[in-house]
Write a protein that binds this ligand. Structure first.
Ligand code: NAD
Ligand code: MG
Length: 299
């Protein structure tokens, strides 16, 4: 009898990112223009009914990791509301089609999370449409690399904090009274929380905050029967990397020095978001799950 084991190092081809993507427009970079297009499970993710009848809201689900979670949630039986940056409409419409193809409801909410009030609006619109929220995935993030500290403007520092962590406070405050026992909050942090890069000082500081926020919120929400966890990705092939997310030249070797010798694809994160959202994680709260290709997130 043969098994279906696959060498994890060979599962995805992740070479030549720089030369193939020189012409991709930035701010926002669209997933549909990337070569190769990131794999968010469009062809491969198979649901098993683990989120039947649930109502999810995911931020930043037009592309990348959020999109992989959106596709998986819909295939597991959930209706999915999602936020995206207004310029990402073409990617967002693809995600709508993928959710609706599963016979689930899709609610598209464009919004700029640098603006106060937008995160509250997301919650209100989702509750208006779905009646409540069972799964809240706070995943939107801004990553803009800087060479020198003098290249890092205070506007960028403020914006990165607003999008990456301050909007999380606003969203959770607005959602608090809508989250019933059994609901799940999932944040997206990063290996940068524990191993910050010199070129991502503002971004890494927000990720350290997100990890801390997640553990603190899990203690606050424990008595409400709401679980709060985080996912810490390593290098994943998404539009974030092309949207000024890397210094010139750094894309060449993206992921190559990891233990598994390649960058990850968004679909490889989807099962972890599904697990944390589902009943199967009924005794899991206050945890950070690494999907890193090898980097230790506890350092
Ligand atoms: P992505 O570009 O596909 O998703 C990020 C999304 O954030 C965008 O699609 C956009 O909708 C949203 N966003 C950015 N700025 C915004 C703003 N001002 N207002 C509203 N929305 C805004 O990239 P991704 O890699 O899938 O990122 C998802 C999360 O994963 C982020 O929090 C990121 O920090 C985290 N992460 C990614 C990696 C990686 O290597 N790709 C590694 C660790 C952590
Ligand atoms: Mg996007």
């Amino acid at each position: 009898m043969t098994n279906n084991n696959e060498d994890p190092r060979k599962k995805y081809y992740t070479d030549g990112f720089s030369e193939k993507n020189e012409d991709v427009a930035k701010s926002p970079a669209l997933q549909k223009d990337m070569k190769p297009v990131p794999d968010c499970g469009e062809e491969s993710y198979k649901g098993k009914g683990r989120l039947e009848g649930r109502h999810a809201l995911i931020t930043g689900a037009d592309s990348g990791i959020g999109r992989a979670a959106a596709i998986a949630f819909a295939r597991e039986g959930a209706d999915v509301a999602f936020q995206y940056f207004p310029g990402e409409e073409p990617d967002a419409q693809e995600v709508r089609e993928l959710i609706e193809a599963e016979g689930r409801k899709a609610l598209l909410i464009p919004g700029d999370l640098r603006e106060e009030g937008v995160a509250t609006e997301l919650i209100n619109k989702t509750v208006e449409e779905f009646g409540d929220i069972d799964i809240l995935v706070l995943n939107s993030g801004q990553q803009i690399a800087h060479e020198k500290l003098s290249d890092l403007s205070m506007k960028q520092v403020n914006d990165t904090f607003k999008v990456n962590i301050i909007s999380m406070f606003e969203a959770v405050k607005a959602a608090e009274n809508h989250l019933k026992p059994g609901s799940s909050i999932i944040t997206t942090t990063s290996v940068q929380a524990s191993n910050p890069s010199a070129s991502l000082l503002d971004y890494a500081a927000t990720k350290g905050s997100i990890s801390n926020f997640t553990v603190g919120m899990s203690k606050y929400f424990g008595e409400k029967g709401v679980r709060v966890n985080s996912v810490a990705p390593g290098p994943i092939w998404t539009p974030l990397q092309l949207d000024n997310g890397k210094l010139e030249g750094d894309l060449e070797t993206f992921g190559q020095t990891e233990t598994l010798e390649r960058a990850g694809q968004p679909v490889e994160l989807a099962p972890v978001y599904v697990f944390l959202a589902s009943e199967e994680a009924s005794y899991v709260t206050g945890q950070i799950y690494g999907v890193t290709g090898g980097q230790d997130i506890s350092l």
